[in-house]
Ligand binder design. Structure first.
Ligand code: ADQ
Length: 515
């Protein structure tokens, strides 16, 4: 299939961040692939399908003026097989829309941590303005056949803005984080606006049935003109003549990519050396983005509790805690980093003996090969977020455990628990003693039981992989599967500086800007 043939229909992904990171080197900028759950999940799906990914570059509008952005994005697009279109944000938009509304209101509220919210009114104005900016970027870079798939909590208003601009493409929205219960959601000062904005999408997707149930209950209680009907994976909501669908689509990973890469020589050797460096030790792995929702301090306390109560674990169990730097400009995240470092220092000071350090702490982004080596070699994974939309680390750990050994300790408040509850060891992450006892249980679990559990979890993740997730979302929204957006063999990124305004030249509000 050539690029020419596919001009009719494209998959347009819209997310707050583009799947890249721009770094300022000594005298020039360079571009690297991004990390995080959304990128891990979507990058393999879009690869070489000639679609478009629209998002913020991660640097300020002021900084982008000194960068040859178009060349950098084109080089990244060439490798990834889809076109990247930037949305530029000013310093004040980054402060109020991104750090403010998205990360000081929606992120904590939707993770049930309402006391961390700062409901500053100016944040809402910025949120609306930036969502309009995204809608304009979409209008400029799409054609009428394109399917527009918007991701996550930063962009809940986009469909509503598109409608007001007379852009009537099919739209879908997927929420990667949890949706809170009514009691928590009603605290949001803009609760009515957000619910109505979400219902402007043709399809709204949630990670779990619990999230969908919470959303539907909020709609039922707060929007008196909304009528919910239907049953099954996707139900419907009607307001006047408008109907949207609401569904549950648990996100996944590219299982084969993880399983195959875990078996490569590079990963096998790295895995062997990791264990060789820590002989006779049971390795317990934690991999988390630096975030207060991931429950890292509670996890460290639980490990300390296990070392106190089960002395046979001393010298024989080591926790390897990888923390991926994230949002460190926010004081709360910086404080969390300090707290983690203090706890690691304290616990290591308390228990270290000649030849054994209880916690190995890694604070940096590790390469994919290194990450997989840890997944493959560690006997226990400790995934204990206080609340999580899904948690891909749990799935990646299982997919990479090619010897089929390894026990997964999993928070019951992670979305992934709905799928793996029978074979993972479920814990309440707030229950320090309970988690400690479960660590000990995993430490003493016999190999056969580990194998049986791991084999079942791997089968379930393999069957429900990322491609199935995309297919089920697209089928529910546009009655088409991913194959309808065929692979392009000779993909050339679109990137002429003047190729904007491809279709919607007469869009309300854009016509002036276009002149
Ligand atoms: P995240 O909060 O980012 O995602 P998660 O699902 O755990 O959380 O994904 C983290 C991703 O980062 C994994 O794919 C992992 O491989 C990658 N990663 C981890 N450590 C790394 C390291 N050191 N270097 C590089 N990459 C690393 C959000 C929601 C989740 C939801 C996902 C997808 O908060 O609940 O599962 O989106 O929907």
């Amino acid at each position: 299939m050539s690029a020419e043939d596919t001009h009719k229909k494209r998959l347009v992904i819209v997310s707050n961040r583009l799947p890249i990171v721009l770094n300022k080197g000594a005298d020039e900028w360079n571009v690297e692939p991004g990390s995080g759950g959304l990128v891990t999940a979507l990058a393999p799906v879009l690869k070489n399908r000639g679609g478009v990914w629209i998002g913020w570059t991660g640097v300020t509008e002021e900084e982008t003026r000194s960068i040859d952005l178009s060349t950098l994005l084109k080089s990244a697009a060439g490798q990834s097989g889809y076109t990247l279109k930037p949305v530029n944000l000013s310093e004040s938009e980054i402060k109020n829309f991104y750090y403010g509304f998205s990360n000081e209101i929606i992120w904590p509220l939707f993770h049930d941590l309402q006391t961390r919210c700062n409901f500053a009114p100016k944040y809402w104005n910025s949120y609306k303005a930036v969502n309009l900016k995204f809608a304009e970027a979409i209008a400029k870079n799409t054609k009428n056949d394109d399917y527009i798939w918007v991701h996550d909590y930063h962009l809940m208003n986009v469909a509503s803005e598109l409608k007001q601009m007379n852009v009537n493409n099919k739209t879908g929205f997927f929420l990667h984080i949890p949706f809170p219960s009514l009691d928590i959601f009603v605290k949001l000062p803009w609760r009515f606006q957000i619910l109505r904005a979400l219902l402007e999408y043709d399809l709204i997707g949630f990670q779990t049935l619990r999230d969908r149930r919470n959303f539907v209950q909020c709609v039922r209680m707060l929007l008196k003109d909304a009528v919910i009907h239907g049953k099954g994976q996707v139900i419907r909501c009607r307001i006047g003549k408008r109907e949207s669908r609401i569904g549950t689509f648990p996100i996944s990973i590219d299982y084969n990519e993880f399983a195959n890469m875990a078996e490569t020589k590079e990963v096998s050797e790295r895995a062997w050396y990791l264990h060789e460096d820590l002989p006779h030790c049971c390795l317990i792995l934690g991999v988390d983005r630096l975030d207060y929702t991931k429950g890292i301090p509670d996890k460290l306390e639980a490990f300390r509790n296990a070392l106190i109560r089960f002395p046979e674990m001393r010298n024989r169990a080591t926790l390897i805690q990888i923390v991926v730097p994230s949002r460190e400009d926010i004081p709360e995240y910086y404080d969390l980093k300090i707290e983690i470092e203090r706890l690691v220092g304290e616990i290591n000071g308390q228990f270290t003996r000649s030849g054994w350090v209880p916690i190995h702490y890694i604070f940096r982004s590790v390469s994919r090969a290194e990450l997989l080596a840890y997944y493959r070699t560690c006997e226990i994974a400790l995934v204990t977020p206080l609340k999580d939309g899904m948690n891909l680390v749990a799935k990646e750990y299982c997919a990479s455990s090619v010897e089929e050994h390894g026990a997964l300790i999993l928070s019951e408040f992670a979305g992934v628990a709905a799928q793996l509850q029978r074979n993972a060891l479920l814990v309440n992450p707030y229950d320090i003693e309970g988690v400690a006892e479960t660590i000990y249980r995993a430490f003493t679990m016999d190999r056969e039981e580990q194998k049986t559990r791991m084999r079942r979890m791997r089968r379930s993740i393999k069957e429900n992989n990322i491609f199935k997730w995309v297919d089920s979302f697209l089928r529910a929204n546009i009655a088409k599967a991913l194959d309808s957006f065929p692979i392009i063999d000779d993909f050339v990124p679109q990137g002429k500086d003047n190729d904007e305004f491809l279709y919607y030249e007469n869009v309300k509000g854009l016509k002036q800007a276009n002149k």
